[in-house]
Design a binder for this molecule. Structure first.
Ligand code: 4NP
Length: 155
């Protein structure tokens, strides 16, 4: 059975699509399923932001086929691990949790790099172009640690 990992941000067009693409590139497809979602609904059905698509392409990743969707309560049962991009996403997702087992699945992604520090992946949506490169590098490092941990545990 496949281990399922969900990446969550606010819009599901900038950060979590990158996190999905990066983690998927580091794990074997037959054993792991990666998806992403937004806590908000503005971008349901949309392609990732062109700036996220561009920075992914720079590192040989194609995230252009992803479609935005909103996080839903059943995701707590579907997914084994839920990584949120910032503290605001964390509060929004935890608010929807129905029990302690749901809550235990939710982790702030940069705690994989800086344990217990609760550092945010900054939202690059309204920022300058370079913000997407910074976000990519943060997510690449965090996903490297996540992939190492998950492969050791599940393969
Ligand atoms: P994301 O960035 O959460 O990294 O996808 C955002 C994209 C769009 C909006 C907010 C954040 N928005 O308000 O439309």
């Amino acid at each position: 059975m496949s281990v399922k990992i969900l990446m969550v941000c606010l819009g599901n067009i900038c950060r979590s699509p990158l996190a999905e693409g990066i983690l998927a590139s580091k794990l074997p497809k037959d054993k792991f399923t990666i998806d992403s979602a937004g806590t908000g609904s503005w971008h349901v059905g949309h392609q990732p932001d062109t700036r996220s698509i561009a920075v992914a392409k720079k590192y040989q990743l194609d995230i252009s086929k992803q479609k935005g969707r909103q996080f839903k309560v059943t995701d707590f049962d579907t997914f084994d691990y839920i990584y949120v991009m910032d503290n605001s996403n964390y509060r929004d997702v935890i608010h929807l949790a129905k029990n302690e087992s749901h809550k235990a699945k939710v982790k702030i992604i940069l705690n994989e790099l800086y344990p217990d520090e609760n550092v945010d992946v900054p939202d690059p949506y309204y920022g300058i172009e370079n913000g997407f490169e910074t976000v990519y590098q943060m997510l690449d490092e965090a996903c490297e640690n996540i992939a190492t941990k998950l492969k050791a545990k599940h393969t």
